[in-house]
Design a protein around this ligand. Structure first.
Ligand SMILES: [Zn+2]
Length: 459
């Protein structure tokens, strides 16, 4: 009987349903783009603009008005566009608007509504180009240029990622890097705060006067990173997530936002892992092994791999705990199947499933369980790897396996043949040489399978 075992209390590698909870505890609030920092309804525009359409929905992008437009200029543009949209389907918006199919009548109407409330209008103003228009401020000339560069690079990065997926990935990454640097630098400049304070005074409205420049400054970083939650739902983007976000995390303004940003997505995956493991354990206990294996390999392992995409935003213990739970469940099912097949020969697909389970367990296991799982892995490999679909005789489950015995016999036959040939030729040396070559070949063959699988284990 093989020396493998499912680890039990005292020896068992953790309970299969050990909780894999998020590091950040209660999942209340905290959602990026939420009202967290923006004091109730007053600055609710921050929440409304959150997401990948951050710039596309900008009131200045939609209406085509310059950043300093007020009063009469706004009314005239509204009349002009309403007349135009009374006959046409849509209009293209601002010259640099990222919209590809233009804005419809209802979108234009609601953009003009946004401009009515200066608390909302100022948010849109801060997120659209200022160009050379006179905003009545005393900012250093470079500040407005820096601001427009930040808006442009971020907008390009977002559009490259969404509408214009044909932009090469390398260029997209460079755009993200540039967006993070330009916005990060701008948010750190005292002159930017002064500009916002000036605009609050210039727009001269009691609703806006109730707010400070610091409130706007505090809410901007969350809004700027808000598209990542949506983008990370795409597996292709998720694979690049850590790389793209690295440039943002480096900037002080954004550094603390990312754990919170992905908290919900991490929790969703850890819950999928927990639920899958619970269900697989139940199935394993009632000997419904194929269903248990299917849940572990097709649901739990993919959820764990998706969690890996958020690795940069998980604490070490959080990732290790998830790895522990998944690896132990896979290991325990493989061991249960090994016992089940002690006197029942597995079909080819059952054999492959057992090997896949134990391979995945070994690949995923954290260091603390590695030794115990490696022992099981090695024994199950020995027992099932060489047991081909057409292997003969009942499977006895002895270490080394029936398959290995037959291979040994087949490989030993040239030695026997060489012995008689050598004797016939009258020499001992040829006999020894052939025996040595065959023996070495056999050992190499045995070692190869194990080494190959060990290489797969990620450290
Ligand atoms: Zn200014």
């Amino acid at each position: 009987m093989a020396g493998t075992g499912e680890k039990r209390a005292g020896g068992r590698i953790g309970g299969p349903a050990a909780a894999v909870r998020g590091a950040s505890g209660a999942g209340s609030g905290g959602r990026i783009g939420g009202h967290g920092d923006s004091r109730g309804l007053g600055l609710s525009r921050f929440a409304d603009l959150a997401g990948v359409r951050l710039y596309r929905r900008n009131a200045f992008a939609v209406t085509g008005l310059p950043a300093n437009a007020q009063g009469r200029a706004v009314r005239q543009q509204r009349q002009r566009l309403e007349a135009r949209l009374a006959v046409g389907e849509s209009w293209a918006g601002d010259a640099v608007s990222p919209s590809t199919d233009g804005y419809r009548r209802d979108e234009v109407r609601s953009a003009f509504e946004e401009l009515q409330d200066p608390r909302r209008r100022l948010v849109d103003e801060l997120l659209w180009r200022w160009d050379e228009v006179d905003l009545g401020c005393d900012c250093p000339r470079s500040l407005h240029a820096d601001h427009d560069a930040a808006v442009r690079s971020h907008l390009l990065a977002l559009e490259a990622e969404t509408e214009h997926g044909h932009v090469p990935v390398g260029n997209r990454n460079a755009m993200w890097g540039s967006a993070a640097r330009t916005w990060g630098r701008l948010l750190g400049q005292p002159a930017f705060r002064t500009h916002i304070a000036h605009r609050i005074r210039a727009l001269d409205d009691p609703r806006l006067a109730a707010h400070t420049a610091d409130e706007f400054l505090a809410a901007l970083p969350r809004l700027l990173v808000s598209p990542f939650t949506e983008l990370a739902a795409d597996p292709a983007f998720r694979a690049r997530l850590a790389k793209v976000c690295a440039g943002w995390v480096e900037q002080q303004a954004f550094s603390g936002l990312f754990f919170e940003l992905f908290e919900e997505m991490v929790e969703e995956r850890t819950e999928r892992i927990e639920k899958g493991v619970r269900s697989a354990v139940g199935l394993q206990n009632t000997q419904k092994y194929p269903d248990a294996a299917r849940i572990l390999l097709r649901e739990v392992v993919p959820a764990f791999e998706e969690l890996g995409d958020f690795r940069a935003f998980l604490s070490n213990w959080q990732h290790e705990e998830a790895a522990h739970v998944v690896a132990v469940s896979l290991n325990n099912l493989a061991v249960a199947l090994q016992r089940h097949h002690l006197y029942r020969r597995p079909s080819e697909s059952q054999r492959r499933t057992i090997l896949e389970l134990v391979d995945k367990a070994y690949e995923i296991t954290p260091d603390r369980d590695a030794k115990a799982i490696e022992t099981n892995w090695a024994a199950i490999q020995d027992q099932f790897t060489h047991l081909g679909p057409s292997g003969s005789g009942p499977h006895r489950g002895d270490r080394g396996g029936t398959g290995s015995t037959w291979v040994a016999l087949v490989m030993a036959s040239p030695i026997v043949l060489a012995f008689f040939l050598g004797l016939a030729a009258g020499g001992v040396l040829p006999v020894l040489a052939v025996a040595l070559v065959c023996g070495a070949a056999f050992w190499l063959w045995c070692l190869r399978g194990r080494a190959g699988a060990r290489r797969k284990r990620r450290r």
